[in-house]
Design a protein around this ligand. Structure first.
Ligand code: PLP
Length: 362
């Protein structure tokens, strides 16, 4: 039996809307993108949503809007490259922080030691659908006068104390890459409660234009097109149902493997509700990851490694910021492994997945 890591299925409604957009020539950012933004606001509980061309574009625009060149921005060293590259592309300095071994997010006690008078922001990353303790994050940020950009690129549907991450901090960024809980193909969204920031972000994504051919400031072409928005609308309409299934599947898989010795699963902080994208764990010392993945693979169970290397160890940052040390993240990268937990898993696939993991760790 095959258990794939992701389920990428474009809903019938999205296919129809794409066909209509092609037939009418609506190939740029237009009415469907506006509708997608409005409906995203309703589903995610945020007053303003700005659709963009990728999660990276969302993070980059957020940094351009909130920080000045030369500002330092705290980021976890255990994330996808874009969390840090967006900061650097905005002319700011990503300051790499170690992670907490339970939830695998930024460790605030380590971050505290890296704050300087130049530190102006923080990008906490909610990895694999698991929300971080947002009270702690915001208290830390308030204590240091930092603006918070939530990187929820992997965590559509994750909640903190019953509220979606979309309405927290200065803004929240999402990716709609095909492997995400909600996808458009390539695409992204920035949500915010701040109307003035929303307006500025809308300008920045379109060459800094405030009215036709009136350019207020430097911006980029980070627009979403109605083709992606069409796919996104179809996916958005099934998202609540899929999220419920993801949570149920995650809970069922954890019932089967949650207490196994040999692996420490990522924990959901108390007060958080996950929007699960992957079930991620850290293998105990002595368990060979490649051999573990090999056993899963021969039973048809897909797995992945996110991330094999810390950001401060990437060639670019090792060169530009030598000497950074984040020992906990460094020790986790060689033994981290992710398993499927998506909405399309059947009870049979879940049982097979759990039995295979149990056997592989026995
Ligand atoms: C944590 C995180 N941040 C940012 C991004 C960037 O999103 P995109 O690939 O849509 O540019 C991703 C995508 O994988 C991600 O996982």
């Amino acid at each position: 039996m095959r258990v794939p890591l992701y389920s990428i299925h474009v809903e019938e409604e999205g296919r129809r809307l794409v066909q209509e957009a092609i037939a009418s020539g609506a190939l740029r950012q237009g009415k469907t993108t506006e509708t997608f933004e409005k409906e995203f606001c309703a589903v995610f509980g945020a007053p303003h949503s700005i659709a963009v061309s990728s999660g990276t574009a969302a993070l980059h625009l957020a940094c351009l809007a909130l920080f000045e060149p030369g500002d330092e921005v705290l980021v976890p060293t255990f994330s996808f490259f874009a969390t840090a590259s967006a900061v650097a592309l905005a002319g700011c300095v990503p300051v790499f922080c170690d992670i907490e071994p339970d939830h695998l997010g930024i460790d605030l006690s380590d971050a505290e030691k890296r704050v300087t008078p130049k530190t102006k922001g923080m990008i906490p990353v909610h990895l694999f659908g698991v929300p971080l303790d947002c009270d702690a994050l915001h208290a830390f940020a308030a204590g240091h006068g930092l603006r918070v950009v939530h990187d929820a690129c992997q965590s559509h549907g994750a909640e903190w104390k019953g509220g979606n991450l979309a309405a927290l901090g200065a803004c929240t960024c999402y990716s709609f890459y095909p492997t995400k809980n909600l996808f458009t193909g390539e695409g992204g969204m920035i949500t915010t409660t701040d109307a003035a920031l929303a307006e500025r972000l809308g300008r920045l994504r379109n060459h800094g234009m405030s009215a036709a051919y009136n350019h207020e400031e430097l911006g980029l072409n980070y627009r979403m097109t109605d083709l992606e928005a069409s796919i996104g609308l179809g996916q958005l309409h099934v998202f609540p149902r899929q999220l419920k299934r993801r949570r149920e599947n995650y809970a069922r898989i954890m019932e089967g493997v949650g207490t196994l010795p040999g692996v420490r699963w990522q924990k959901v902080p108390s007060g958080g509700t996950p929007g699960p994208s992957l079930l991620t764990g850290v293998l105990a010392p002595g368990i060979d990851r490649q051999a573990f993945q090999g056993k899963l693979s021969s039973a048809g169970v897909d797995s992945g490694v996110y991330y094999p290397r810390c950001l401060h160890q990437q060639p670019l940052f090792a060169r530009t910021q030598p000497g950074v040390s984040c020992p906990r993240a460094e020790s986790i990268c060689p033994s981290v492994v992710s398993l499927p937990t998506h909405h399309a898993l059947s009870p049979e696939q879940i049982a097979h997945l759990a039995a295979t993991v149990r056997e592989a760790l026995a």
